[in-house]
Write a protein that binds this ligand. Structure first.
Ligand code: 0A1
Ligand code: ZN
Length: 867
């Protein structure tokens, strides 16, 4: 028998075991305090850990400590040799007494840690990442979020290579250790779960500042980066201080330690991490200046800095009981960072952006094989559940609660939640109960949002009785089946709704909050003397799909007069969808209403440029596909291109917008950012109408740009054109920025996102470019992630794009399974494509699943995608 054959009855690898929420049990042992002694060295770090453990409850079970790639060098209990065994990765220690000190020693090789979990090296800096289960790669520990400890950490390292030594909490002592070594001791007075532990050693410089809290305490702030990057930290620091003030004013939350440190590293699996008092960031969410970062980079930095800071209360002071409750901290914190960003700029534009992300990432997830509730019931690898559902849909749940309760009761609810659960590991249920108790509102039915997956579909139909001056709104809801869930109960959907007179353009009566809680309902409006326009789900008050029966001309009129900016934007987008979907199914469609609406938007003196740029942007190809029975990438691309070129050639007014002045590169005001955004949108439409002229204008913008927003905007337009200017601009960009890795990521990303017939070839070549590396998650995602999101090119009918992606996933899985697993969902959409492509995608998923040595991370995503 060939040894390459896997026995058909071979048991699933032991690590591929599902964990269920219903199996939650409180920990057998608690760990009130931990002392760590860490001798840091990239090639051999030793960690001596002393856990004070106490028996939790009346039982005789042994102490079970999780490890991952750890071998115990020594295990002692109360100073004596211990009675211990290894059970798989777990260290099992027999302890007679109810309280003991358990000491373990292990050795690590941070330089060889390519998973970027636990202690690893990034560009000469040693740093840690412990969420979700990385602490067990540093020391044996229960490593579950409901075990909270007070930490004391003594770090020793070579002073020349690692002059700065940081950990959570306060620096209590430091000194020389001889032989070129030095040490620092950090104590964190706040009990915390192991996933919030952090340590950093490196040759770093601080951007220092101070913050006086609302009670008058002084907090020292520092952002630690390499010396050369110091000038790029000003925006992150300003954002941090703004976030600290906002959380005091909006949620009454004050910072609690005397120090707050942020460190930026280049190699990081996610965006950033909220370790207590020592946030560690992917450098792309810290470093920015006008020459290297776009306006949206600046906005993302503000949002992520705020997000991590807000976790100090929603995550650190009140943490999660178990990982099924992840949305307790993430949904809430995303909602908090969204509200912060809305308050710092244009709330309407921020809402449009947030909904776009939700629809592009979360709705497809909720409609596909990886759909799961906001509070999942089961997982194989928890890192796969840091999803748009847990984060972004989770944030929508908090937003809906605020809408239902009103601002004041919502604030009372959050105060009660923080008071009641401070210092605890809580659940989503605890949060909802605090909201209920503070407001007196019964959220019984609302809880279904946590347990039922799938995006609800709402049908709406408005009829008007002119004689009776009434209007009747018929509403119905249904919730689609998702894996493992069928026959779902109706949910509570808060729909902000208004009627607008189609003749007068004026609101008819007040806006109403309709709480749709049944499968069908009817709502009556009085005093409706003129034909009404239906403005529904304003500000996207419920994260649902809507199907509205519209009268002729209704959307056009709403796009013109709806005072709710989100609803107005939606009406314009719906007009575009009509034309785009007709085009994609080979039907002729009248583009005149879209062009008229676009012109109205463009020349308006009341709308701001940022809103205009949103309203003039066409829905993405993937969103058009989401509305078709089968995704036809070719037809969608053609249809979208046709509409873009119609708008571009017929809207002469674009030129003025593309040449608008008043937005100097250093000016980061919302107005200046809006002008720049509109400039690039207008340029892109003009280029669609007249590619030759567009290429020349884009090259001119590229050459004259004094900031990255204009430069990248121009390059984005050139990227998809066939013109000599294209190559010249890409070459110039590369030469200028080849040593700046964050900007070089843009160079890879723009080529991977280019809408061109040769994109797949270019992308394959770029995968062998000397600057490409699978070891840096940002670089890998710039190329592979952007290509997989490029619907038209990725779904090349030959299947070449699928093969490329599968190869890249398998290649990176060997070194970094988390990065690999996050990209599998692009292949998991196969059911939405026509049979030939679907079969090719399935075949690649099969190839992945059958690959020997596959990680648990990728195994879970690929096998679920095939099911
Ligand atoms: N809690 C972080 C997200 C995060 C999750 C996992 C990580 O490493 C595997 C890193 C960061 C946040 O929400 O910002
Ligand atoms: Zn978070």
């Amino acid at each position: 028998m060939s040894d390459t054959l896997v026995h058909p009855e071979a048991p699933a690898a032991p690590e591929h075991v599902a964990i269920h929420r219903k199996d939650y049990r409180p920990p057998d042992w608690l760990v009130p305090s931990i002392a760590l002694e860490v001798d840091l060295d990239p090639q051999r770090t030793t960690v001596r850990s002393r856990l004070m453990v106490t028996r939790n409850g009346d039982h005789g079970r042994a102490l079970r400590l999780a490890g991952d790639e750890l071998t115990p060098l020594e295990v002692r209990v109360d100073g004596d040799d211990a009675d211990w065994v290894m059970d798989g990765n777990d260290l099992v220690v027999t302890i007679e007494r109810d309280r003991a000190e358990v000491e373990t020693t292990v050795a690590l090789v941070p330089a060889a840690n390519t998973k970027l979990m636990g202690l690893y090296a990034s560009g000469g800096i040693l740093c840690t990442q412990c969420e979700s289960e990385g602490f067990r790669r540093i020391a044996f520990h229960p490593d579950r979020p409901d075990v909270l400890s007070v930490y004391s950490v003594r770090m020793t390292a070579d002073r020349a290579c690692f002059p700065v030594l940081l950990a959570n909490g306060n620096l209590v002592a430091a000194g020389e250790a001889g032989g070129g070594l030095h040490w620092a001791q950090w104590d964190d007075p706040f009990p915390k779960p192991s996933y919030l532990f952090a340590m950093v050693a490196g040759d770093l410089q601080p951007n220092r500042d101070r913050f006086t809290t609302m009670s008058g305490r002084e907090v020292e702030l520092a952002i630690w980066v390499r010396q050369i990057d110091l000038p790029k930290t000003a925006h992150a620091m300003a954002s941090l201080k703004a976030a600290m003030r906002w959380d005091e004013e909006t949620y009454g939350r004050e910072y609690d330690l005397d120090l707050f440190n942020i460190v930026a590293v280049d190699d990081f699996n996610f965006g950033a991490m909220e370790n207590k008092g020592l946030n560690i960031f992917n450098s792309r969410y810290v470093l920015a200046d006008q020459d290297t970062a776009t306006d949206s980079d600046f906005d993302n930095i503000a949002g992520v800095v705020a997000h991590e800071y807000f976790h100090n209360w929603s995550g650190d002071r009140v943490t999660c009981r178990d990982w099924f409750q992840l949305s307790l901290k993430e949904g809430f914190t995303v909602f908090r960072d969204q509200s912060f960003s809305a308050d710092m700029g244009s709330a309407a534009v921020k809402r449009i952006d947030d909904v776009r992300v939700l629809r592009a990432a979360q709705f497809p997830e909720d409609a596909g094989p990886l759909a799961h509730p906001v509070r999942p019931e089961t997982y194989i690898e928890i890192t796969n559940f840091y999803t748009a559902t847990v984060y972004n849909k989770g944030a929508e749940l908090i937003r809906m609660m605020r809408t239902i309760l009103g601002d004041e009761a919502y604030r009372k609810g959050s105060d009660l939640y923080f008071d009641r659960h401070d210092g605890q590991a809580a659940t989503c249920e605890d949060f909802v109960r605090a909201m209920e108790d503070a407001s007196g509102v019964d959220l019984g039915q609302f809880r279904l949002w946590y347990s039922q997956a799938g995006t609800p579909l709402v049908d709406a139909r408005l009829s008007h009785d002119r004689d009776a001056a009434t209007a009747t709104l018929e509403l119905s809801q249904s919730i689609p089946d998702t894996p493992g869930q069928t026959g779902k109960a109706p949910m509570l959907l808060p729909l902000r709704t208004a009627l607008i007179g189609s003749d007068s353009g004026e609101p008819i009566g007040e806006e109403r909050l309709i709480l749709l809680g049944t499968a069908t309902t009817t709502v009556r409006f009085d005093g409706v003397t003129e034909p009404p326009l239906l403005s529904i789900n304003r500000d996207f008050s419920a994260p649902v799909n809507l199907r509205v029966e519209r009268r002729d001309g209704e959307l056009e009129r709403l796009a013109e007069v709806d005072p709710d900016p989100f609803a107005r934007y939606e009406a314009g987008q719906e007009l575009m969808y009509r034309v785009l979907l007709a085009g994609a199914s080979g039907e002729a469609a009248d583009t005149a209403p879209v062009i008229a609406a676009a012109r109205g938007t463009l020349v308006s003196d009341t709308l701001d440029p940022a809103f205009k740029s949103e309203a003039l942007s066409l829905p993405a190809e993937s969103l058009i596909g989401d509305r078709m029975q089968w995704v036809d990438p070719e037809a969608i691309h053609r249809s979208r291109d046709t509409l873009r070129s119609a708008i571009g050639s017929e809207l002469g007014e674009l030129l003025a917008a593309a040449q608008a002045v008043g937005a100097a590169g250093h000016d980061l005001s919302p107005k200046a950012k809006g002008i720049r955004r509109l400039r690039s949108v207008a340029l892109s439409l003009m280029a669609a109408g007249d590619p030759l002229r567009g290429a020349a204008a884009a090259k001119a913008q590229f050459d004259l740009a004094d900031n990255m927003t204009d430069r990248q905007g121009a390059l984005l337009v050139l990227a998809s054109l066939d013109s000599p200017e294209r190559e010249a601009a890409f070459d110039a960009f590369y030469i200028r920025y080849r040593d700046d890795s964050l900007v070089l990521d843009k160079w890879f990303a723009l080529q991977a996102a280019a809408q061109r017939l040769d994109t797949i070839e270019v992308v394959e070549k770029l995968a062998s470019h000397p600057d490409f590396t699978v070891r840096n998650p940002n670089r890998w995602r710039a190329l592979v992630g952007n290509f997989a999101a490029n619907q038209w090119c990725f779904h090349d009918p030959s299947g070449r794009g699928y093969r490329f992606l599968a190869d890249m996933i398998l290649g990176v899985d060997r070194i970094n399974p988390q990065v690999a697993a996050r990209q599998v969902s692009s292949l998991g959409r196969w059911r939405r494509l026509e049979p030939v492509r679907a079969a090719l995608m399935q075949a690649e998923l099969e190839r992945i699943v059958q690959s020997p040595g596959l990680s648990r991370d990728v195994f879970e995503q690929a096998s679920k995608s095939l099911a």
